[in-house]
Design a protein around this ligand. Sequence first.
Ligand code: TRP
Length: 455
Amino acid sequence: MLTESPREQWGSKLGFILAAAGSAIGLGNIWKFPYIAGENGGSSFIIIYLICIAVIGLPVLVGEILLGRTTQRNPVGAFKALNGSKFWAGVGGMGVVAGFLILSFYAVIAGWSIGYIYQSISGDFFQYADPAKAADHFVALTKDVVWIVSYFALFMIITMSVVYAGVQKGIERGSKIMMPLLLLLLIFVMIRGITLPGSGEGLKFIFNPDWSHVNGQTILIALGHAFFTLSMGMGAMLTYGSYMSKKDSVLSSAIQIVILDTFIALIAGVAIFTSVFAVGLDASGGPGLIFHTLPAVFTIMPGGQIIGTIFFILLTIAALTSAISLLEVITAYFIDEKGWSRHKAVIVFGTVTFIIGLPSALSFNVLADFNIFGKNFFDLVDYLASNILLPLGGLFIAIFIAYVWKFDKALIALKDGSEKIFNKNPLIITLWQIFIKYFAPVLIFLVLLSSIGVL
Ligand code: TRP
């Protein structure tokens, strides 16, 4: 059953690019990228990561956006429109489920970020110059069921209100305000970091190549992260692409999204490591870097309270524009396929996501001892979604475009809006063909094998 009312569209190409960049730029860029770059050989990792982004990330991103723009549908509807088999509709369905799962734990971490805005304003964490103490403080907060669940709920409510307001009035308008603000705040924090005495060590840490760290595993980590950071493999970019006009170029939009995403990850790395080194703390904080090490950094550094507050505001904005895209996938599915109203879909599935996310939030307290396959609920959902469903989705998208929909047909669709680029650089066509037909399926398959421990 399809709705009769005209489907929503972006007001402008810029609106689409900012919304999609908002989806891409999130906790992955600001929380994850800096510490995995730090752990895996600094600039040698960054170089490998950039190659992965160019060879796999961009070609698959182009394909995913194109699937949406061509069919003007959600992930399930898009596959159905081009193929019709149950199997491919199921692949789209897997994307919708992955969206649910990712949002359910992503919003828990985003809730901590809101909580830390308050921690910073109230000065609560400024008593912990020692990261071990700051870490204890963090553990105490996350053990508090009321604290963790209320901030999680608050974040979900904010996410739902943006999606509720619609594609143009909610997502696009919100992204146009939040994305420039995010960039501005991050640059501010970076300048503070660079101007601290001793910041040079941080720059060395992130930019000095250390090829001894690089092995097969590093490449797989870089590839896996390329997927997560570009929001690929579960139909978020497909759904955003479905609101795009055929006049606008998929290729140039995708390139701009990738550049923005990479740029923000690099600035975040510089901002964080210059500050950590300048105050003489340990940069190998791993996943705890943001909530354990940074509060200690802000305690020590001059002006730390203001910088800390700004930092957690920008982290929340980054997470919010990503969460919106996750909720939009489910919403679009119920609007397109089941004829629901946007308002009903958002309220029902925002609430359902909150309920599914509760066990993740409780993994840090009451359910801490509840383990499945040696992982608590939070880690399990994260692993299942990020390490299995996303690469699997990406693999299917590449195979679908190259061999089911067929490359030649996809190419005709891609030319809409990109004629000029293709006329000037015909080589792009050959490159896209090689990457999407051969490189992407093979390399993504390897990532998947490594995720399940076979490699
Ligand atoms: N890309 C976001 C980040 O870097 C996370 C994200 C948002 C995402 N939507 C997604 C990841 C869809 C995979 C799929 O934080």
